[in-house]
Write a protein that binds this ligand. Structure first.
Ligand code: R5P
Length: 308
């Protein structure tokens, strides 16, 4: 079928097939899982499905290097097939944390990836991109529309389905988490507090709370955007235990850590850790297809019912 005959469709890298499938069902769009063949020499061949005039290219960019090449190739085939608009839905957007050259000669990976993707697709939709020194997501992607959605409504919607202790404090491990923590606390009607973090290395941080008295004897809901080495969450949980927290539960957007860290989190006192379905992981508990459907409604010429 030509792009003229198919107004819209979703094509997904196979690593994102589940979340893309949920979105396709919600939007009533056809889904094609892109085929990637690895040659013995390490090069890849990418085969897409029939190009729709507007194609949602769905790829979460954790462990990103091979996926970025697959996206470039898929976009080439889509354009040649007549696709007029490519919307990249990347629930996790890679390389956002390297947003400055900290030493002579270091690359600003965020800038390089931003330019590459802006030259490849027409719009980017992502969730809780880690923008620390960059004011807005539009600054990362020159010349195209980019939306950085908050996962907090999707997390709050699930948390609200079970009773929770109204004395719970929503806690963030560092200044960067302040926005998410404040939003989640507001949605749940809970108090919140954000710690001060100093990073000593890739896996080692120090965390301090300014008002420990406000934490004593209360349940904690620890919230962060990314868990990678787990160092931030573990150190934060230890600081909360020293402050006398009654219990610690954690909710995060992007689970980038190996599931074997489960024991280390339990030893640090975290009794439950749940993540958004942005990166496939055993802790996935918060689907994001409702957020994406709302964000994409204008691409598809109709409004979706608002559901988290
Ligand atoms: C950093 O500021 C982020 O918000 C996360 O706290 C950080 O990336 C987590 O990394 P890790 O799990 O390696 O401590």
């Amino acid at each position: 079928m030509s792009a003229e005959g198919m107004p819209a469709g979703i094509q997904a890298l196979s690593s994102s097939r589940e979340e893309a499938g949920r979105l396709a069902r919600r939007l009533g769009l056809p889904l094609y899982v892109i085929d990637t063949h690895a040659f013995p020499d390490g090069e890849i061949r990418v085969t897409i499905g029939a190009a729709a005039a507007t194609t949602i290219l769905f790829a979460s960019l954790d462990r990103p290097n091979d996926k970025l090449i697959a996206l470039l190739f898929a976009a080439e085939a889509l354009r040649r097939g007549g696709c007029r608009r490519i919307v990249l839905v990347a629930p996790y957007l890679c390389y956002m944390r390297q947003d400055a050259a900290f030493r002579d000669g270091e690359t600003i990976s965020q800038r390089a990836i931003g330019r590459m993707l802006a030259n490849t697709v027409d719009r980017i939709v992502t969730v809780d991109a880690h923008l620390h020194r960059t004011a807005a997501i539009g600054d990362v992607f020159p010349g195209i529309r980019a939306d950085n959605l908050s996962a907090m409504p999707a997390i709050a919607a699930v948390l609200r389905t079970a009773p929770y202790d109204r004395s719970t404090v929503v806690v963030g491990p560092d200044a960067e988490s302040a926005g998410w923590v404040g939003e989640l606390a507001g949605l749940l009607g809970l108090a919140h507090q954000v710690a001060r973090k100093s990073r000593r290395g890739d896996r080692s941080v120090e965390i301090e709370f300014s008002d420990r008295a406000a934490l004593r004897g209360r349940p904690m809901l620890l919230a962060d955007d990314i868990v990678s080495s787990g160092g931030t969450l573990i150190t934060c949980a230890e600081a909360l235990r020293h402050a006398g927290a009654a219990s610690i539960e954690a909710v995060i957007t992007h689970a980038l850590y190996p599931p074997e860290l489960r024991g280390a989190f339990a030893r640090a006192g975290i009794h439950s850790l749940r993540s958004c379905c942005s990166v496939p992981h055993p802790t996935n508990a918060f689907p994001l297809d409702g957020l994406f459907a709302d964000a994409l409604a204008d691409e598809l010429g109709h409004r979706q019912e608002s559901r988290p």
